[in-house]
Design a protein. Sequence first.
Length: 456
Amino acid sequence: MKYIPEPFRIKSVEPLRMLTREERVQKIKEANYNVFALNSDDVYIDLLTDSGTNAMSNAQWAGVMNGDESYAGATSYRNVVATARDIFGMEYIQPVHQGRAAEKVLLPILLEGKKYAISNMHFDTTRGHVVLAGCIPVDCVVPEALDTQLRAPFKGNMDVERLEKLINEFGKENVGVIIMTVTNNSAGGQPVSIENIRKTRAIADKYGIPMMIDAARYAENAYFIKQREPEFKNATIKEIVAETFKYGDMFTMSAKKDAIVNMGGLIGMRSKKIYDLVKQRCISFEGFVTYGGLSGRDLEALAIGLKEGIDESYLQYRIGQMEYLAARLDEAGIAYQSPVGGHAVFVDAAKMFPNMPWYEYPGQALTVELYIEAGIRGCDIGSYMMDRHPVTREEQRAEFEFTRLAIPRRVYTQAHLDIIADALIAIKERANEVKGYKIIEEAPILRHFTAKLEAL
């Protein structure tokens, strides 16, 4: 795989340091084998998340200086609203400080008096906020997604036949919202097709259930649609985004991903009735409606980043980084969710450690080994990340045991990607020596952020 060259020049750098292997072994032990507890300056290549870890452009940094810090009615707020309306086609736009804030504000409105939320797959914070709203999150991804070695073009899709069966099983009056996550993060950053979005919308309309888009990676999803869905091969990214959001009643967005900012989020909606409720909750939890928990400089950078994120040459490079790293893993026979997704490579830790049971958390085991091997911080997307069942409180087995290597936007180079691949190859060679983990302390919701583990 040829490396896609960066469509930018680098004019500011941040020094990195590599600890010795002995130091890394000690640091991860002191962190109770939870990579969230590591200090960032003890990490060489940080792939914990692509959320807020991006490098902003010179235009965005210039925008920071122009940010209007007025408490109410700031020009930076108006710039965000105008840009979001133009791109997403929804009348009512509410900025918030990040994606989980959008979920905290919106989901209790949609789920009041309901029992279930159904998604192609809930990510961790979405799942957590559904539970906090007193409901049960149900995942409904297509069966193809469960076979990591199957190369299907849209493995993030909703299983529409099962969706309709679930609605009839639960009772349509008990389902508060249908959530379409684009791209489907928990399934490996896999894209969702417009055809599938249309079919999902038809079912939502049939049963009178609102449809929400989790839009964190809307631009990457649009790029995949252009590459893989023939109807849109000649469409622009902006046109594909507009078509995608035409089928949603509302969206939540962590702007820390595809809007290429370090902090920010959005809620978009068509209903003024819902917007009025959102405004009141925003004032209570986030701040006045025209800043939504963000500084004016953050709002200004967000307005610019929304446009930069849909630039096709940037997206070609962005997806190209994943494809390059995935090609290195193909050569080494290392399994991952394939074809590779948009923002990360999801290594199949269950296949890396075939003798390790799910309840010893293979994804977390590989995460720890990567840090020990080369100072690389990834994260588990597997049974360790799953909270206990909200009713029975029993351990839940995830559909996948992934170690996610999320690549920050415009941050790392080809040499860094080669270090990542080399580290995984080295771990594969000693895979039979790697042991699992058990949790010795955990929170009831979103446990993986603060849990303490013990090596087995």
